[in-house]
Write a protein that binds this ligand. Structure first.
Ligand code: PCA
Length: 322
């Protein structure tokens, strides 16, 4: 088809406007009201402001653009310019992604920050090899056990239908004799409503987001680990930005990391209070349950060291020295 002159001019003008403003997509796996999503939304707004609207980032919450386990590949392939992932979702691809999903390796915010520092250089190297940049990473609150009936030891979890969100939480189920089924956060409410899930490990945050209190009455506050989300960017998309815009993205990322850690910490108690208000019992685990789950953690660390090889040993050695 031959373009008429006015049409050709009009599309040229449109192309000019598109150059002046860059539009990016940012898929995430968690709902709009979740603190990670709020933090990421603030990050996008900060960039909009700092670049006077030159870089517009649309946050697609709750796995509406890509399912959580697909976001990493989408960013790598450039279908999305940036995205938020749960690092430990990708531990089968490379064990180091799962470092912060190991029970009781780092079970407080302080320990978790140290583990992040130890993990970060190798993480950045791996993501760079895959054509991506790590912009920031923020932990979920400490993970505990949601369960329908009271439990005193890991043996009480035998045969229970257990929701896993990553390979590590599926492995925990195997080690305690529960029946794992992998369900991402966006589908968790429905899985509980249909009876597919009777128990799972996660944070107060996800328990609240998914209205777990409508189905499950007990939360054992194990404080077992703090898995991290990470904001990753396609390197080619980043390189195509002009220097001031790149600087704005990096600055907003650094701010989001600081803000996110503080938010996670301060909201943890709020979420547990909200669960209580909605009828849940928040229970400190018995010594038996704690020691049973610690044994599970020891086994998983040994398995992880075998899989992760020298890189894994480097991370653990660096962490233990901090
Ligand atoms: N919430 C996410 C991951 C860890 C967490 O606290 C989930 O349950 O899917």
């Amino acid at each position: 088809m031959r373009l008429t002159l006015p049409f050709a001019l009009a599309s040229f003008a449109l192309a000019g406007a598109a150059c002046a403003q860059t539009q990016w997509d940012l898929p995430t796996g968690y709902p709009a009201g979740n603190f990670h999503t709020e933090n990421v939304t603030q990050f996008a707004a900060d960039i909009d402001k700092a670049t006077s609207g030159k870089l517009k980032i649309t946050v697609h919450a709750n796995a509406s653009l890509f399912k959580a386990p697909e976001i990493k590949r989408a960013v790598q392939g450039g279908q999305a310019q940036m995205g938020e992932i749960l690092l430990s979702n990708f531990s089968n691809e490379w064990a180091i992604f799962g470092t912060d999903g190991l029970p009781f390796l780092a079970d407080s915010y302080d320990a978790s920050l140290k583990l992040y520092k130890a993990q970060k250089p190798v993480l950045e190297k791996k993501l760079a090899e895959q054509g991506m940049l790590l912009l920031f990473s923020v932990p979920w609150p400490p993970q505990g056990i949601y369960v329908k009936k009271p439990i005193n030891s890991a043996a009480d979890l035998q045969g229970v239908k257990w929701r896993a969100y990553n390979p590590a939480t599926a492995r925990i189920a195997e080690l305690v004799g529960a029946q794992p089924v992998t369900v991402q956060a966006a589908e968790l409410s429905q899985a509980m409503a249909t009876g597919v899930v009777e128990s799972y490990m996660s944070s107060g945050s996800t328990g609240y987001d998914t209205k777990t209190y409508e189905h499950i009455k007990y939360f054992y506050d194990m404080q077992a680990w703090l898995p991290k989300n990470a904001l990753i960017v396609n390197k080619a998309a980043f390189d195509a930005l002009d220097k001031p815009t790149q600087a704005a993205v990096l600055k907003a990322g650094a701010d989001a990391e600081t803000r996110g850690w503080a938010l996670s910490k301060s909201k943890n108690n709020e979420y547990l209070e909200l669960l209580k208000k909605n009828g849940m019992s928040i229970i400190a685990p018995s010594a038996q349950l704690k020691s049973d789950m610690k044994k599970v953690g020891d086994t998983m660390l040994q398995e992880w060291l075998l899989k992760s090889g020298p890189d894994g040993q480097t991370v653990i050695d660096a962490y233990k020295k901090m």
